[in-house]
Design a protein around this ligand. Sequence first.
Ligand code: ZN
Length: 118
Amino acid sequence: MHELSVVQSVIDIIKKELEQHPPCTVKTVTLQCGSLSGVVVDSLNFAWEALSPNTFLENSKLEVNIVALKVACAECKFEFEPKNQYTMNCPECDTSFGHTILNGKELNIENIEVDEIE
Ligand SMILES: [Zn+2]
């Protein structure tokens, strides 16, 4: 499952990040996932529940923000959000391929919410 390796690398990144900070517990991790990134939110949550127990992420919550696909038309440069990745006809000139993808490939950690330990 692709999502397991995504979550594993997210955990590795957060772990490195937190080494630079005072001791804290992680409350919420927010990921930004483009609709073209190929990850399934349910599977991400499942992977999170499988991998986070008994780590520093125990009891933390995963939140996923989906970024809609947005493209710029190859012909007229009109920017629009196709309904899906298979039908991308430009509403202005009906060109259906060769568009530039502006949003939708993201797979980032958007935010890490922590509680500092006194
Ligand atoms: Zn167009």
